[in-house]
Structure formats: C-alpha cells, structure tokens
Design a protein around this ligand. Structure first.
Ligand code: GTP
Ligand code: MG
Length: 256
C-alpha cells in the first residue's frame, strides 16, 4: 500500500485493522513523516530567504554603482517578503496542486518576492536589464504590465528569475519573483490592492472606473516626469570634461 496517498478516512480504517502494537508503529511512522515534512519546509523557507538576500544585494550593488557614476539613484526603495504559509496552502489548493515540497518548488513562483520601486520608467527597464545581464541569473518568465497594462489599470514589470544560493555543501537555483515599478505605479497598486480585500464598497463600479482613470493619469505623469528629467539632463550635458572630473571628485567622500 502507498502510505503517502492515504487520506484521513482510510488512515483510520487501516489503524482499525491493525493490532495495537502495529497500530502504534504505524501512527509513529506517519507522525515521523509529518515531522520530516515540517523540517523540509523550514529548509526551503531558508533557501528562499537566502535567495531574497542574493537578489537584494545585486540590486543594492547596481544602485550604489549608479550613485557613484551618475548623479542619481534609480532605485527609490526595495522591499521583500516570504510568502506566508497559509497563502502557499491556499494557492496550491486553489490551483489543484498537491501540498508537497516538490509541488511547492515546482508550482509556486512567488514564495520569494522582491519589489523594486524606481523614480522613473526608464529606470525600471535599466534595472531589469542590468539584473538579467548577470550570468548567474536565469529568466523564467517576464510579464510587462507597463507596455501591456491589465484591464484594471495595473502597471508593473514582473520577472520570475532563478538565482544561485551557495550553501556549505551545495548550490541551489532558487526562484524569485521580482516586481519592478515606479513610485506612481506603486502608489496606485497599494490602493487598488486595498480595494480587492473590501467586499462591500458602495458603488464599486464607479470606484473601479475612477481607479482606471487615475492609472492613466499616473502613466501620463510618469511619462512627463521622464521627459522633464531628460530635458534637464540634456542641459547638464554641456559641462566640460574638467567639470565632470571635479564633480566626480566631489562625490568621492559620500557614504557608499
Ligand atoms: P498570482 O496573482 O500571484 O497568483 O500570480 P499570477 O500568475 O497571476 O502572476 P502576475 O504576474 O499576474 O501577478 C503576480 C503578483 O503581482 C500578484 O501576486 C500581485 O502581487 C501583483 N499583481 C498582479 N496583478 C495585480 C493587480 O491587478 N493589482 C495589484 N494591486 N497587484 C497585482
Ligand atoms: Mg503573488
């Protein structure tokens, strides 16, 4: 009999058919199996936590490089989260996948999530390109909701990547979902997210329509801000090589 496929009902049936000592042995073996699953689950949580650290370090390094070489930081902020266990269970259940470690690793791409907030739209793509150009990063999927916004107005660039995590005795490729968007897109998404969890919004249709309109307004503002920044940068480009050198020297003392 395949003990892994036992349901609660036939476990009770099997125990009923066994002698006392073999029933105790059976229960103990099932309990051990469960405890091993808990240990394994904790181990993969550790792996995903390390993968988040790897990705955040890569992003931090890119941001530091930009700060020293150019005059601005492309990244406004970075946040991350490990998917909560109840959300993992809910997602597996909703999609009809088994609750096993292999199934979690194979079917769920957003156990590790990193969100990068940029000031300008071109920074979103610059950061994505620079991350994906690294030879230890493998791209599994890319969804560009900036060029193709969702019907509700949602905009963001989503990447599912793998990053190697080096442990004491092995190297593991671990999946991370990276969401990159502008401050304006993030501002919008947090309000829209709040709405998803409110069931009784009066006049929900009007709120959805207005959210779509605001998303358009924000996209327009993002485009105008980028144009203005570029105009300002063009004006600054008239500086001489000496000006550039002294400017870079002036920034040498800044904390990294
Ligand atoms: P899940 O939604 O996580 O099951 O993944 P998916 O396969 O549909 O992938 P997708 O790339 O579309 O969305 C991944 C994540 O992006 C979500 O978990 C949210 O965090 C975010 N997201 C996607 N769509 C929306 C949206 O319409 N509004 C907001 N606020 N966030 C969204
Ligand atoms: Mg998700």
């Amino acid at each position: 009999m395949d003990r892994n496929s036992l349901s609660d009902r036939n476990v009770a049936g099997v125990i009923g058919m066994l002698s006392d000592s073999s029933a105790a042995e059976f229960i103990y073996s099932q309990a051990k199996k469960m405890m091993w699953s808990v240990v394994e689950y904790k181990e993969i949580q550790m792996l995903y936590t390390c993968a988040i650290k790897e990705i955040k370090t890569k992003l931090d390094i890119l941001d530091t490089e930009f700060k020293v070489r150019y005059k601005r930081n492309p990244i406004s902020s970075i946040s991350s989260r490990l998917k909560r266990t109840e959300s993992v269970i809910e997602k597996l259940h909703r999609r009809g996948y088994p609750f096993t470690i292999e199934s979690i690793e194979h079917n769920i791409n957003d156990i590790a999530g990193v969100r990068v907030i940029c000031s300008y739209v071109d920074d979103v793509y610059a950061i994505a390109d620079a991350l994906l150009a690294q030879d230890d990063i493998k791209l599994l999927s890319r969804k560009d909701y900036i060029h193709n916004p969702k019907d509700n107005g949602y905009r963001s660039l989503h990447l599912i990547v793998t990053v190697p995590v080096f442990l004491s005795e092995s190297r593991k490729e671990v999946k991370v979902e990276v969401q990159i968007r502008t401050i304006a897109m993030d501002y919008w998404a947090s309000l829209e997210h709040q709405m998803k969890y409110k069931k009784d919004i009066p006049d929900a249709e009007r709120v959805s329509r207005q959210l779509r309109e605001v998303a358009e307004d924000m996209a327009r503002t993002d485009r105008r801000m980028l144009e203005l920044r570029r105009d300002i940068e063009l004006a600054e480009d008239a500086v001489s090589e000496d000006d550039e050198l002294f400017d870079r020297l002036g920034r040498i003392g800044m904390p990294l």
